[in-house]
Design a protein around this ligand. Sequence first.
Ligand SMILES: [Zn+2]
Length: 241
Amino acid sequence: MSFPNQLLLQNVAWAHEAGRRDPALFDRLRQGQQPKVLWIGCADSRVPAEIVTGARPGDIFVHRNIANLFLPHDDNTMSVLEYALYVLRVSDVVVCGHNGCGGVRAALEPPGHNMPRVEHRIGVLRQLARRHGAELAAIACLENRADRLAELNVIEQARTLETLPLVRNALPRVCVHAWIFDVRNGLIRDLARAIDPSVDTGATGTSTADVTTMPLSQVSWPDAHGGAAGQHVDQRSAAGR
Ligand SMILES: [Zn+2]
């Protein structure tokens, strides 16, 4: 059996099981969608938004592309955002990157593979890598360097989103989140929380509420040597990855 035919069979099984578990599911879906979150993620097959978050159909409005790039001059991404904010009225926008990202890694290597559109697309990543050249150059291992660039990219995309009038003027106010999915263990790391170790412990300092509502543009992100996210990178480097 071909894999597409296998997928069709699996779909029948899924529809049957989903209807059995939640008899009202398809009635709800028939009436429309009210997702609370816009997810901007990588097209990588290992990071399916709904599966890794345990979400149900109707929960997340999803846009995925190579290296989870949000480009304001791109009608594709902007139309998704416009619809999500002003029709669906989502309350949160999540930019989720991941480690081991081929698109991010390609931006650290010479152009090749005769893929001009991909190359054009990741041009912004090459610029980002140049802006953080000193920090990235200090990470010897290419994999770890790419993983750090993936973090910087998520932060960059989230910041870009936060500065857009479309987002700033949205009512009710929209929260933008910067997340990284770890393909090695399936866990998602919240980069905003990672900047302050006290957030999850309830210790003095920035509270969880402060962080989750703090505009990313006001957050000072540590470099690879100065803060929690950076410590994460260094630990991996020390582990010889
Ligand atoms: Zn990727």
